[in-house]
Design a protein around this ligand. Structure first.
Ligand code: ZN
Length: 165
């Protein structure tokens, strides 16, 4: 078991370009295992590789006791129906939540750990978590998705916390 260090906003690694995985080898499988350990230890329901400083398009999620790992994930369809919901992020602060609008349903394409092409339809919390993690590998965090007012409030809370440490 290896718990990796989660990079926090405003760490520039969260905005760097994240490259596709060319070959699914032992190193990638090890990364997925360590990402899962890190997510569970946090605890969180999703993690993207760049949140632990690895610039590879890999995400893990677990919204109801089922670990899922996706390599080179891409959201190929978003429902028109959008819902606001409260989200936190391990790279912002586990205690800070902001409202983020997300499509209620999505379709995701990716490769699994065996290198097979997979397609998944998701709704509800899983759809939200997948949009959040795919955002990460595209350099987008919840503070970029929320309203200017919520963003300002979250930044103020963050600044207060940092001052207290
Ligand atoms: Zn996050």
């Amino acid at each position: 078991m290896a718990v990796l260090t989660i990079r926090r906003f405003p760490d520039p690694v969260l905005k760097e370009k994240v490259l596709p995985v060319e070959k699914i080898d032992g190193e990638i499988l090890e990364l997925i295992k360590n990402m899962a350990d890190t997510m569970y230890a946090a605890p969180g329901i999703g993690l993207a590789a760049n949140q632990v400083g690895i610039l590879k398009r890999v995400i893990v999620v677990d919204v109801d006791d089922k670990l899922m790992a996706f390599i080179n994930p891409e959201i190929v369809w978003y429902s028109d129906e959008v819902e606001e919901g409260e989200e936190g992020c391990l790279s912002v602060d586990p205690d800070i939540h902001v409202m983020v609008p997300r499509s209620t349903k999505i379709k995701l394409k990716a490769k699994n750990e065996k290198g097979e092409d997979i397609e998944l339809e998701a709704e509800g919390l899983l759809a939200r978590a997948l949009q959040h993690e795919v955002d990460h590998i595209n350099g987008i965090i919840i503070l970029d998705r929320t309203s200017p007012e919520e963003r300002k409030k979250a930044l103020r809370e963050l600044a207060n916390k940092i001052r207290r440490i």
